[in-house]
Design a protein around this ligand. Structure first.
Ligand code: ARG
Length: 272
């Protein structure tokens, strides 16, 4: 049997990370980021990925774009294709073109959304069992999902993200081919029904733990990397379901509304 391909992950170092504006309810301009702590949290995450056998490439941040540390929001990678994002907020608009250039250099065929549609990339899109789970509402438009589906030739299940959440990766997290974690109040009732209709084992994350970005997790086989050490109920539920939990302190990034998952851009294989 051929050896499994390593997971391909990209991260941007936090050397220019700060809270310069408020575009979600986690961000408070007054609360300043401790860069030394942020760097330590980020380096630990990179080290864990390397230890788990992932192939990790890191980038420098884009000068003047403090949220570029959350690089996945600017693009979605799928097989050898990519969809360029269009940010709802001008505060992040300049992140897209440099990211597209990087991934064109790396051989990806990049598609641009039709004019007028917003879509925030890897933060709003995750593959699960041959389809994409994708978010819309606060940041992305549902019509962007039709474009992505027809361009990448993959079915999309749309989830209407509810405030205070703004990206789908803080409201749903694929755990395995048969299990999903999700935040019931992070999506509208119809989206919840669509999730229930997937017939997966569902682990619920309550609002208090969701606020700590408990759902913004990365999963490697049986190991769930949590973006908070303060979500004991979710941890217990994961352990009961047979997962090993690696709970990280990502609190500097939580001040911006992000955790491990949105600090990580994954080059997904098509069709997974
Ligand atoms: N401050 C960033 C923003 O509001 C946080 C991005 C978090 N990204 C994510 N995929 N959840 O855009």
């Amino acid at each position: 049997m051929p050896a499994a391909q390593p997971r391909r992950l990209y991260l941007t170092n936090p050397s220019q990370f700060k809270i310069e504006y408020e575009i979600n309810s986690w961000m408070k301009v007054g609360s300043q980021v401790d860069l030394a702590l942020a760097t330590a949290e980020w380096e630990r995450l990179c080290q864990i990925y390397a230890d788990l056998g992932a192939e990790v490439e890191t980038f420098d941040p884009l000068p003047g774009w403090p949220d570029s540390v959350f690089l996945g929001d600017a693009i979605f990678l799928y097989g050898d294709q990519a969809i360029a994002s269009r940010f709802r907020h001008p505060e992040r608009a300049g992140e897209v073109e440099p990211m597209v250039a990087r991934f064109e250099e790396r051989g990806f065929r990049v598609h641009w959304l039709p004019d007028g549609l917003y879509y925030e990339g890897n933060g709003e899109t995750m593959p699960w069992n041959g389809r994409l789970l994708a978010g819309y509402g606060p940041r992305s438009d549902r019509a962007a999902h039709d474009f992505i589906s027809s361009t990448l030739e993959v079915p999309v299940l749309s989830i209407h993200v509810q405030a205070p959440h703004f990206h789908v990766d803080t409201t749903i997290c694929p755990l395995s081919s048969g299990a999903l974690a999700y935040v019931p109040n992070g999506m509208d009732a119809e989206s919840r029904q669509r999730v229930h209709a997937l017939n997966a084992d569902l682990i619920e994350i309550d609002d208090e733990e969701a606020r700590l970005l408990a759902c913004n997790s990365m999963v490697f086989g049986n190991t769930v990397i949590l973006s908070t050490q303060k979500a004991p109920r979710f941890e217990k539920a994961l352990e009961r379901a047979g997962f090993d939990v690696l709970a990280l302190d990502m609190s500097e990034f939580a001040q911006s509304g992000g955790g491990a998952k949105c600090l990580t851009l994954e080059a997904y294989a098509a069709g997974v």
